[in-house]
Design a protein around this ligand. Sequence first.
Ligand code: ZN
Length: 159
Amino acid sequence: MAIRNVREIGDPVLNKTAKEVKEITPRVKELIEDMLETMYEYDGVGLAAPQVGILKRIVVIDIGEGPIVLVNPVITLTEGEQCGSEGCLSVPGKAGMVTRPNHVKVEAYDANMEKFELEGTELLARAICHECDHLDGKLYVDLVEGELMDTDQEDFDEE
Ligand code: ZN
């Protein structure tokens, strides 16, 4: 396992569409393990493969209830609305208000290529939407209502 370099906004890989995973090879398994380790290292709630420079449809999420791995995720239902603060490991030190569905269902494969369905509300729904957007080359900064804010309190105090 290894911590991977997280690509930051401005890197063209973040605006590309990721490709479906056909099979779980040892390299894909290693990628998933590295993505989890990288997410935990940087205290992220989720991470998508394009954020580590790999254009594969793989997402990892942990909202504090254990790791979730989504391979080839497809959102099948969105319901309701929530507006809240969102950030991204690829946009360090920033956050902004984004409206997302409050309830989503997603179909995906796990790390063993077994199909499953996951349902999420609130933070989990937000994380699923945010990470799936990465697979289509979309960043949350384009959805922010109002201004992107600095989250670095020290910087903020100096201003
Ligand atoms: Zn992100």
